[in-house]
Design a protein around this ligand. Structure first.
Ligand SMILES: C[C@@](CO)(OP(=O)(O)O)[C@H](O)COP(=O)(O)OP(=O)(O)OC[C@H]1O[C@@H](n2ccc(N)nc2=O)[C@H](O)[C@@H]1O
Ligand SMILES: Nc1ncnc2c1ncn2[C@@H]1O[C@H](COP(=O)(O)OP(=O)(O)O)[C@@H](O)[C@H]1O
Length: 304
């Protein structure tokens, strides 16, 4: 048996997040364009006779926000593999977190995707890709994309993922995690329903973003960025609106709330512009990370 498997999975940003009115099951139909960005969590799995879960976190990550009991999505991923294969799935698992928690960057989903791959390889379960994607969708709407990475169109409740051509543009981002706590995804969706009670059941189409990506045109992409959850997130956290205005006045092509927030991301014209903007925001006392994408989805970095 391999003595250690490390799988790395990236954060996501929604370049387009069209949200329709709620379905009968409470979920919202989405038309979204996901992109992966080079901020990562690693999941390290080693053989053990009993299940254990531990955490290492970057300085800007709120480690207290990550439960280490059975409610962690990594434990749910292990249970899902155990159910599928009808056997125990036991390992010592360490999450090394570089993705801010409850930030709208799908860090938990990245961990779930990485854990599925790491446990599958460590225990030689030989799970098919179809089964991995199906289990991923059951674990959370964002988890299938974390397996894919790149750019992708998401429909259904976000779990139906279709890769989009990468185009040739590298997207340069400044990522600004919130220093005053996360936002709950269900709470932001509920607030969206309150602010837009007559929302069309059909989500806004992603055409403009898809075309800008295909053309590799970063300026057109900046204009096309769209997030229906931005208004409710900014209504709950008005400081996000001020941050977006500051970043846009300081050189960003566009600022955007990431998913359900409260992380704010700024699309920049290139690496120099991104580093300059991060410098301005850091001088203003904020944490600001420079990252680019698209990058690969969950992939083995040690212990193939
Ligand atoms: C908003 C988005 C945008 O990509 O990401 P985040 O900003 O949270 O990272 C996603 O829709 C979050 O996906 P994920 O975090 O996987 O959500 P899930 O675990 O499937 O669902 C959590 C809860 O969010 C709400 N939910 C989620 C997806 C969806 N299409 N409609 C919803 O209403 C429901 O209240 C659900 O109970
Ligand atoms: N491995 C995990 N990493 C982060 N959060 C987790 C994890 N497992 C469960 N959670 C719970 O999921 C919530 C949402 O986390 P996260 O995926 O980081 O945010 P978001 O859905 O905004 O992208 C957290 O507040 C935490 O309670």
């Amino acid at each position: 048996m391999t003595d250690r498997v490390t799988v790395r999975a990236p954060a996501k940003i929604n370049l387009h997040l069209g949200v329709g009115g709620p379905r009968d099951d409470g979920f919202h139909p989405l038309e979204t364009v996901y992109t992966s960005v080079g901020l990562y969590d690693d999941v390290v799995a080693t053989p053990a006779t009993a299940w254990s879960l531990s955490l290492d976190a970057a300085a800007y990550v709120d480690a207290d926000g990550v439960p280490l009991d059975d409610s962690n999505i990594v434990a749910a991923a292990a249970r899902a593999l155990a159910d599928l294969h009808g056997r125990d799935v036991v390992a010592a698992v360490r999450i090394v977190k570089g993705i801010p928690v409850a930030g709208g960057l799908a860090g938990g989903s990245a961990d779930a995707a990485a854990a599925l791959v790491a446990l599958d390889r460590l225990l030689d379960l030989q799970t098919s890709d179809d089964d991995l994607l199906r289990i991923a969708a059951d674990l959370g709407s964002d988890v299938p994309f974390a397996l894919h990475g790149g750019h992708a169109l998401g429909t259904g409740r976000g779990e139906v993922v279709e890769p989009l051509p990468a185009g040739d543009a590298v997207l340069w981002w400044v990522v600004v995690p919130s220093t005053s706590g996360g936002l709950s995804t269900p709470a932001v969706y509920r607030h969206y329903d309150g602010l837009a009670p007559a929302a069309s059941p059909v989500p806004a189409p992603a055409t403009a973003v898809v075309e800008a990506l295909a053309a590799g045109d970063v300026h057109a992409l900046a204009e096309a960025l769209h997030n229906d959850l931005q208004a409710p997130a900014v209504d709950l956290r008005p400081d996000l609106g001020e941050l977006i205005a500051l970043g846009e006045a300081s050189g960003a092509l566009r600022g955007l709330v990431s998913g359900s927030g409260p992380t704010v991301v700024f699309l920049c014209a290139g690496p120099d512009e991104a580093r300059a903007l991060a410098g301005v925001l850091q001088e203003d006392g904020r944490s600001a990370l420079v990252a680019n994408g698209p990058v690969a989805g969950a992939h083995v970095v040690h212990g193939i």
